[in-house]
Write a protein that binds this ligand. Structure first.
Ligand code: SAH
Length: 264
């Protein structure tokens, strides 16, 4: 297995690149790809930058140029539902491009000429990822997130959610907008700007992938408030320790070949 790990923001990626053994930096398409070993997994870490096109370009390059066999996206997102709180973790069960709308020619949200609105991540990898997220919250959370930061962001008992992630080229910071998306997309757990683009690329190239996000904001008028502080002091720790746990588990118990897990 060769795992491609995409982050959207520099702060989310920095710790992972530092943890790589003997990384080689290769530049392609105006991006730096860090190739090496990460907790004994053959890995390629890359910063996609923000938005669907950036993410699609990055995922495509990872597969076509760097030969990754699996893709993991780690990042932050706005809460897609009132029951989801800042500091919670969401693992995608399904992804949709919420700004895709070629109606009335095609149904709203459908990617034209694919017949699809929702794209599904790999179940096996997603299950491992939510396992790693649970273990992180149980074993590492209190040690890795300082009390000051826990208090500042009201992080008391963060939880892991599985569900629908919606992506679009828009930072959602409007209560009416997030309520409308929640109403139009049943099962919505988070909004962000890259996941569903990676999902479409991976679907088209037949590459298993998974998406995990730390909830940084409520996608309302306060969304940008303390956003970078959360990314640096909370989300970066989440991404680092969850990826570490995932990689260790992948070494101990490699994934089953896809055909065997197809019915899962
Ligand atoms: N203020 C930041 C902007 C980052 S854009 C800056 O200056 O760099 C937001 C990033 O976090 C994207 O990668 C997106 O995937 C995710 N994200 C977090 N909260 C979001 C929200 N409410 N709406 C959309 N994307 C969000």
């Amino acid at each position: 297995m060769r795992l491609g790990i995409i982050s959207a923001l520099h702060e989310e990626q920095a710790g992972l690149v530092e943890a790589m053994e003997g990384p080689a930096k290769l530049i392609h398409g105006k991006r730096e790809f860090w190739v090496g070993r990460l907790w004994e997994i053959d890995a390629v870490c890359v910063l996609s930058r923000i938005g669907k096109v950036a993410a699609a370009m990055t995922a495509t390059t990872l597969v076509e140029k760097f030969g990754v066999t699996h893709i993991l996206f780690t990042g932050v997102a706005g809460a897609g539902d009132k029951t989801i709180r800042v500091g919670d973790i969401v693992v995608a069960e399904s992804l949709v491009q919420h700004d895709m709308d070629a109606s009335p020619l095609f149904p709203r949200f459908e990617v034209p000429l694919t017949g699809q609105t929702h794209f599904q991540p790999d179940q096996q990898l997603s299950l491992r990822l939510s396992g790693a997220a649970h273990a992180f919250l149980e074993c590492d959370f209190l040690d890795t997130i300082s009390e000051t930061e826990r208090q500042a962001f009201g992080l008391t008992q963060p939880r892991v959610h599985r569900g629908l992630i919606a992506s679009g080229d828009q930072f959602v910071n409007d209560r009416l907008r997030i309520d409308a998306l929640n109403g139009a997309l049943p099962g919505l757990v988070a909004v962000e700007m890259e996941g569903a683009a990676v999902a479409q690329v991976c679907h088209e190239l037949d590459v298993p992938f998974a998406v995990i996000r730390a909830v940084s904001d409520n996608a309302n008028e306060n969304a940008a408030h303390d956003f970078m502080r959360f990314v640096k002091s909370v989300a970066a720790q989440y991404a680092f320790h969850i990826t570490r746990r995932l990689c260790r588990h992948l070494v101990e118990a490699p994934l089953q070949p896809r055909s065997e897990s197809a019915g899962m």
